[in-house]
Design a protein around this ligand. Structure first.
Ligand SMILES: *Cc1c(COP(=O)(O)O)cnc(C)c1O
Length: 414
């Protein structure tokens, strides 16, 4: 039995059963999903804490309910730690998710049908930046940029050209599947050139930004949004940072503009993860994520797999499977049978749909949290290469499964 869930077991066997299976899955498979991580026990405790019982519409010191003195402490800590960690002038820690944080910025500076310039989803952008099936694509006039055919990286001159034509009110920079350093300074210059606001969405790279292994957008962008559950390794949620001049409008956009009561238990957990992120151990963790990604990418390349843009500078890489004649969907399914969990992903200039795709995305934040280093990355990389080069083979699958099982035994989830 899982002692931490004993009350659930007493009252609800079905949910308890699913939890127990999920515990097994997280412990006995290798997680390479670039947007996931394992939180600390402290974050988990905070996210399940009694502050979930409290209504606290408003902000610390200015609430619409009585009895907020303790949740105010938690929210003030989260805000102060966030500002210190990123060097931001203002932080709003209430958005329920990364998408909600982005929505708050749009509601701050845009009116419906205004123009946003953002990265195309199939080139690495996020749904909430531009997708026609998302509110962003429905509410706003979206113009997109992508990576260049030449080197599969962002071509800033091309972005400038598109920006001059489109005259956007807001430029969005940041991605969910871009393996290279993002030049926020260049985007600032482009935004200035066309008189647009600049929003940097660092949902994926926030942890690396705090550690200085990825340049920070804070000096360059009017707004910086992030999730707290990816490389920041915290509670599931979002944050908006901005310069003081926008503070009041951002706060009003979040509440009462788009949300009611904040999730105070999640905000308490955000405070805890931000405290963890201020430690030297967290900086070392971020450095190791990047070293691990490089080691993994090198092995894949040695095994003749083609990486989008030829490599990685951050925590993730994309494998182009086109030349192997297999799809991302099939690779994801077969590797999952092998105990390796990752996701299919569109690649730049994709010819298949988003449910099939020609690529897979691989990230190192989770395996690095388990304590794995370059040697383990070399093993995992060679297993992935063997998997995609022997798709469907049951013997190969069993061999990989047993190697992954041994690796999981050696590196328990903290
Ligand atoms: C994950 C992600 C988000 C959204 O996060 P949710 O919490 O899932 O809404 C936003 N932007 C980028 C770039 C992301 O990768």
């Amino acid at each position: 039995m899982l002692p931490q869930y004993k009350h659930i077991k007493d009252i609800d066997e079905e949910v308890y059963d699913a939890l127990q299976k999920e515990h097994e899955r997280q412990n006995y498979k290798i997680n390479l999903i670039a947007s996931e991580n394992y939180t600390s026990k402290a974050v988990l405790e905070a996210q399940g804490c009694i502050m979930t019982n409290k209504y606290a519409e408003g902000y610390p010191g200015k609430r619409y309910y009585g009895g907020c003195e303790n949740v105010d402490i938690a929210e003030r800590l989260a805000i102060e730690r966030c500002k210190r960690l990123f060097g931001a002038e203002h932080a709003n820690v209430q958005p329920h998710s990364g998408s909600a944080a982005n929505m708050a910025v749009y509601f701050t500076v845009l009116k419906p049908r205004d123009t946003i310039l953002s990265m195309d989803v199939t080139h690495g952008g996020h749904l909430s930046h531009s997708s026609p099936v998302n509110f962003s694509g429905k509410l706003y006039n979206v113009v997109t940029y992508g990576v260049s055919r030449k080197d599969e990286m962002i071509d800033h001159d091309e972005v400038l050209g598109i920006a001059r034509k489109a005259k956007p009110k807001l430029i969005v920079v940041g991605a969910s599947a871009y393996p290279r350093i993002i030049d926020f300074k260049r985007f600032h210059e482009i935004a200035d050139d066309v008189g647009a606001y600049l929003m940097a969405d660092i949902a994926h790279i926030a942890g690396m930004v705090t550690a200085g292994v990825h340049p920070s957008p804070v000096p360059h962008a009017d707004f910086v949004t992030t999730t707290t559950h990816k490389t920041l390794r915290g509670a599931r949620g979002g944050i908006v940072m901005c310069r003081e001049e926008f503070a009041r409008d951002v706060d009003r956009a979040v509440f009462p503009g788009m949300q009611g009561g904040p999730l105070m238990h999640v905000i308490a957990a955000k405070a805890v993860c931000l405290k963890e992120a201020l430690t030297p151990e967290f900086k070392a963790y971020q450095e190791q994520i990047v070293k691990n990604a490089k080691a993994l990418a090198d092995v894949l390349i040695e095994n003749r797999l083609r990486l989008v843009s030829g490599g990685t500078d951050n925590h993730l890489m994309l494998v182009n499977l086109r030349e192997l004649g297999i799809t991302g969907k099939d690779a994801e399914a077969y590797l999952s049978e092998c105990g390796i969990i990752l996701n299919k992903n569109t690649i730049p200039f994709e010819e298949l749909g988003p449910f099939v795709t020609s690529g897979i995305r691989i990230g190192t934040p989770s395996v690095t949290t388990r304590g794995m280093k370059e040697n383990e990355m070399r093993l995992i990389g060679s297993l992935i290469a063997r998997g995609v080069q022997n798709m469907g083979d049951a013997n190969v699958r069993d061999k990989i499964l047993s190697e992954i099982g041994a690796l999981c035994e050696k590196f328990p989830v903290p």
